[in-house]
Design a protein around this ligand. Sequence first.
Ligand SMILES: [Zn+2]
Length: 73
Amino acid sequence: MKKIFVAVITAIFMTATFATVLAGNYVGNANSKKFHLSDCSSVGKMNPKNRVDFQTRDEAISAGYVPCKRCNP
Ligand SMILES: [Zn+2]
């Protein structure tokens, strides 16, 4: 029974990690028009409805976003 529990927790953790990778390395704020590295502290404070994910830096810039001064993406 305990083994099943550990397997379920591991599966959830793996899925969450995979989803983070898929979400991209750069996160834009549709409100401020700035983009951040995904681990920038501003990303955590951002309203989820303003969050825009980008796979590449070029993608964010061509969408009209400017780099954050704090995380310098
Ligand atoms: Zn930032």
